[in-house]
Design a protein around this ligand. Structure first.
Ligand SMILES: [Zn+2]
Ligand SMILES: [Zn+2]
Length: 81
């Protein structure tokens, strides 16, 4: 049996929604709740803290999305050399 250390890894996302249930194979003695992504106004995602931690504090959607934005900015910038 895994033990949750309070970072929300015991939470299981239901059908890609913002609803979570507790995983049955993790023993959690905390009252873990998912957190809003700091970019919630944009992505409307809530994630367990462990998921946010895995992506530098934002949700995986924002990670991919922002990464793409960065790429675009980078590509559209004229090369200096
Ligand atoms: Zn937990
Ligand atoms: Zn997000």
């Amino acid at each position: 049996m895994e033990i949750c250390n309070g970072d929300g890894c015991c939470l299981l996302r239901i059908n890609n929604s913002n609803n979570f249930e507790k995983k049955k194979n993790i023993d959690c003695s905390y009252y873990c709740k998912p957190n809003k992504c700091p970019n919630y106004m944009e992505c409307h995602n809530i994630c367990p803290q462990c998921e946010l931690d895995a992506w530098d504090g934002i949700c995986c959607y924002c990670e991919v999305f922002l990464e793409k934005q960065h790429e675009k900015i980078y590509l559209s910038r004229p090369r200096t050399r």
